[in-house]
Structure formats: structure tokens, C-alpha cells
Design a protein around this ligand. Structure first.
Ligand code: FAD
Length: 476
């Protein structure tokens, strides 16, 4: 880099950095720096959502915790806007910002299993697949999300739903400790015993409290194979099927986790050719109990009506974790929103079915995740994450490739979510559009926990250095 670098200040103005400032930072790093014009810059500024096209002022490729602390202190001391990138999969694209300094953890993906303690430690840039590859061959698993390329950090910091959540809780319910670089550049350990207020806040409060350089999770046994139901029902029977899905899941054992997925039938040989691309309701479910019982336990989900196709099989859990990876490529255009459903009555189901039929893009989905089980047994005050009592999560995912249809797709997702609002409460911050609702979104997500979160924020980040996120600002 030669000359000056123009960056965005913390308050949205401009900061000029001299070459000597950057040299001083670079000298102390084990990782490296990327700036506009650097040959690796363009690839590094891109995140998973192709809609996001930000041009950071500087990207700090961290190799270790000391690099993270140096980058935090540099941003603070030079009054530069700061973003933190874990897996880069945040739908709102908050990992990058125009003119910002990005703390990029993509080089910190190490994972270490302690079989004796039944824990696994993942660095702050690890992807779900990194954890799965280290744990599944040992017959152990952490409850994570449903697509293996998602970042562990973002997913965990806002909760973390997946195929094991009804059995073992949210990802945060399995967090034992974390190492956090605070706004002061200090490294703190957060756990039930150390900095317990910080530990409470990072379990749902997002990246507001510091940069998490590693997460320690509790491990659970997982059978070598699980039953994985994928049953396709025609859209014109969706209302009936959804009612039966609801009734079964409201009394299903915790071993069963299911998602009702309005989508398009994929062009697979096992699906009748005339149905390829047709709108369908897919009931996807995992039974993570003993495999010898699984087929019987999930049988009702395969008989909710006459299916178009039934792709149910007994597979390694790692295959389930990767089953949807190909459907979510990097660079596609995405806009996702969500809301919790307190009930799933017929008129709500009819609304969901109608919006599924009106999808502007065949790649888009309308989803009903079943919650409950272990998620609901943790009190709302136990972690910053709130809204645990809802039995279902409604998510609308607009996914499309043609930039010319961006407006239409976003409008469809907003309409569907807006229309469902009368039946819903709260929102899941990992599927929260662009966070357009600001304060109202935070209130909806955290409920009464928001005030306590602000108090913890005031203690650990009083100047709101970590604001490139769904920002919980300290009290004025
Ligand atoms: P990033 O974009 O890297 O980061 C998002 C934000 O998190 C950053 O802006 C920052 O504020 C914060 N952050 C990231 N890393 C750190 C860190 N180390 N320390 C402090 N703050 C940090 N969610 C579910 O619950 N269940 C699912 O099954 C699920 N499936 C998904 C599938 C796909 C294809 C995608 C794209 C997302 C899915 N999600 C799911 C949502 C996902 O949890 C969020 O998008 C999450 O933000 C991704 O985390 P990330 O680290 O990749 O994000």
C-alpha cells in the first residue's frame, strides 16, 4: 500500500490512515492485511449473500487471538468503523461494511476435540462442517445448523437451531465457555463461573460484546446413522398435510426434529419427471434416537397423505448436515425473514400455502420449523436469547439468481412475513432480513432481556465499538 487509506470513522465520517500506521499494524500481525487494490482484496470482501457488495477500507486476516486483539485496538485507537467476519454467511451481510476495518477470522478454523471431557473447541472462523468433521467420526456431535458451510460464530451468537435442537437445545445451550477479545483489547474467558454476565450476553446477544476467538461446546453421542425423512407432498394437499404435520410434531418425541418446507421438487430420478420443478410441500425430519427405532418413530410423517415421492433413508448424520449445502451456493441472491408462531391454525397454514404458490423464484422457500423440546425447557432469562416457548418458527427465504428480479423477491418475502405478523411474535435474528426494523426488531427478538443486554453492553463496550451487527447500543 502506498500513500493514504481512506476509512469510515466510527461515527460515519472519514479517517485517513498513513502508510506508517498500516506498517505498524502489519509488523505485529501473524496474519496479513488486504486493502483496495490488493490482488486478494476483491475475493476477501465478498460474503455468501451475492446481494451484499461492500468495499471495506481494510481487511485484517487474523491468524490468532493476538492478531484479533491488535486489530480491535487499532480500530478503537484510530476511531474506525469495525466489522467482524466469522463464516461470512450472515444474510444481512453485517460481516463487511463500506470503508470499515474487517476483522476476518476465516483463517482461524481450528477445531480440537477433548474426548474425555466430551467437549470440542472451535476457533472463531470455523464453519459447521469443520466441527462436524472433527466430531462425527468419534460418534459425537454438537447441535449446530442445517447447512455445513455456515459459520459457527454467527450461528452460535444468535442462538443456533438445527436437527438436534429439540433433543439437546440450541447451540448456545451447549456452550461451555468462550474466549472473547473485548473493546479494550483484553482477552476474557466467559463461562458460568467466569464473567458470567458476559457469558449470559453472548448466548443470543450477537457480536455486540467482543470478538469470540474460540467456542467450547459440550458434545453428545450420535449414532453412526440416523433416519432422515424427505417426503414430498403436492401443493394442492399442503393445507391438509400441514395440519397433520402440526398435530404430529406437537406431541413428537424430542428425538424428532422436522421442518415443513414449501419448495420446488428437485429433478431427481426418484421423483416423477412430470413433478420436477413443481411446487411441493417437503416434510424433512431427522430422528436422532436409536436407528433401529427411527423408521417406526418417523413413519407418521411419511403417511400424512399420499406423497409425490418419498426419499426417506437411513444415513450418516454427516450426510444430513450436508444435504442442503448445494442448494445454497455462495453468490446467489438471498433475503430471509422469520417470526415465531404461537399456534399454527388452519388460516395461518392457508396463508403460508398461498405465499408458497406465489413465490417469484422457484428457488425460494416458505418454512415451518418445529421448536419445543429441549429448547423450550430452558427459561427465557437463562440466556440473552429469548422467545423459547414458541412451538414453531416461520421462515421465508427469498432465493434468486437474476438481479433484475431483486425488488420483486424482497417484496414477496416482506409481504409474506408482514401478513403472517398477525399470528406471530418475536423474530429469530439469524433470519432477520436486513434488520430494517431496527429497535423494534431487537425488542421483538429479546423481549425483556433487551434492557439487561444493554447493561452488560455498557460494562464491556461502553463506546459501542462493536456496532456492525444487530446493534444493542449501551443506554444513552
Ligand atoms: P458472519 O457473516 O461471518 O457474521 C455475522 C455476524 O456475526 C457479524 O456481523 C458479527 O456481528 C458476528 N460475528 C461473526 N463472527 C464473530 C466472532 N467470532 N465474534 C463476534 N462476533 C462475530 N441459522 C440457524 O440457526 N440454523 C440453521 O440451520 C441455519 N442455516 C443456515 C443456512 C445458510 C445457507 C445460511 C446462509 C445461514 C443459515 N443460518 C442458520 C443463519 C446463520 O446462523 C447466520 O447467517 C449466521 O450469522 C452465520 O454466521 P457466520 O459466522 O457465517 O456469519
Amino acid at each position: 500500500m502506498q500513500g493514504e487509506l481512506s476509512m469510515t470513522s466510527h461515527e460515519g465520517g472519514h479517517v485517513s490512515l498513513l502508510e506508517s500506521d498500516l506498517q505498524a499494524l502489519a509488523r505485529g500481525l501473524a496474519g496479513g492485511l488486504l486493502w483496495p487494490g490488493h490482488p486478494d482484496y476483491d475475493a476477501a470482501r465478498r460474503v455468501w449473500n451475492g446481494l451484499i457488495d461492500k468495499h471495506p477500507g481494510l481487511i485484517v486476516r487474523c491468524a490468532n487471538e493476538a492478531d484479533v486483539a491488535a486489530a480491535v485496538s487499532f480500530a478503537r485507537d484510530h476511531d474506525i468503523e469495525l466489522c467482524v467476519r466469522g463464516g461470512g454467511h450472515n444474510v444481512a451481510g453485517r460481516a463487511v461494511g463500506d470503508g470499515a476495518l474487517v476483522i476476518d477470522l476465516s483463517g482461524m478454523r481450528g477445531v480440537k476435540v477433548d474426548e474425555e471431557a466430551r467437549t470440542v473447541t472451535a476457533e472463531g472462523g470455523a464453519l459447521l462442517g469443520d466441527v462436524d468433521r472433527a466430531t462425527h467420526p468419534r460418534g459425537l456431535a454438537v447441535p449446530l445448523g442445517a447447512v455445513s458451510e455456515t459459520g459457527v460464530a454467527g450461528l452460535t451468537l444468535h442462538g443456533g437451531y438445527g436437527w438436534l435442537s429439540r433433543k439437546h437445545g440450541l447451540t448456545i445451550d451447549n456452550l461451555v465457555s468462550a474466549r472473547v477479545v473485548t473493546a479494550r483489547g483484553e482477552v476474557l474467558r466467559a463461562s458460568a463461573r467466569e464473567n458470567a454476565d458476559l457469558f449470559w450476553a453472548i448466548r443470543g446477544g450477537g457480536g455486540n460484546f467482543g470478538v469470540v476467538t474460540s467456542f467450547e461446546f459440550r458434545l453428545h453421542p450420535i449414532a453412526p446413522e440416523v433416519w432422515f425423512a424427505l417426503v414430498l407432498y403436492p401443493l394442492d394437499r399442503a393445507d391438509v398435510v400441514m395440519c397433520r404435520y402440526r398435530d404430529f410434531m406437537l406431541q413428537a418425541p424430542d428425538d424428532v426434529m422436522a421442518i415443513g418446507l414449501y419448495w420446488s421438487a428437485p429433478p431427481l430420478p426418484a421423483i416423477p419427471a412430470e413433478m420436477h420443478g413443481a411446487p411441493v410441500l417437503i416434510v424433512a425430519a431427522v430422528c436422532s434416537g436409536p436407528p433401529e427405532d427411527g423408521e417406526r418413530v418417523i413413519a407418521p410423517l411419511r403417511a400424512l397423505d399420499r406423497p409425490v415421492a418419498d426419499l426417506t433413508s437411513r444415513v450418516p448424520f454427516s450426510d444430513v448436515q450436508r444435504a442442503f449445502d448445494e442448494d445454497y451456493p455462495k453468490g446467489r441472491l438471498y433475503y430471509w425473514k422469520s417470526a415465531y408462531l404461537e399456534q399454527l391454525p388452519e388460516d395461518v397454514i392457508a396463508t403460508l400455502t398461498r405465499y408458497a404458490g406465489e413465490r417469484p423464484s422457484p428457488l425460494s422457500t416458505v418454512e415451518v420449523w418445529t421448536l419445543g423440546g429441549a429448547v423450550a425447557r430452558v427459561p427465557d432469562t437463562e440466556t440473552a436469547f429469548s422467545r423459547r416457548g414458541s412451538p414453531f418458527l416461520f421462515a421465508v427465504e427469498a432465493n434468486w439468481d437474476d438481479p433484475a428480479s431483486t425488488e420483486e423477491n424482497i417484496a414477496w418475502a416482506r409481504r409474506a412475513c408482514g401478513d403472517a405478523q398477525r399470528f406471530t411474535s418475536g423474530a429469530y435474528l439469524n433470519f432477520a432480513g436486513f434488520g430494517e426494523e431496527g429497535e423494534a426488531l431487537l425488542r421483538a427478538a429479546y423481549g425483556p432481556n433487551l434492557d439487561r443486554l444493554r447493561a452488560v453492553k455498557a460494562r464491556y463496550d461502553p463506546d459501542n465499538l462493536f456496532r456492525g451487527n444487530f446493534n444493542v447500543a449501551p443506554p444513552a
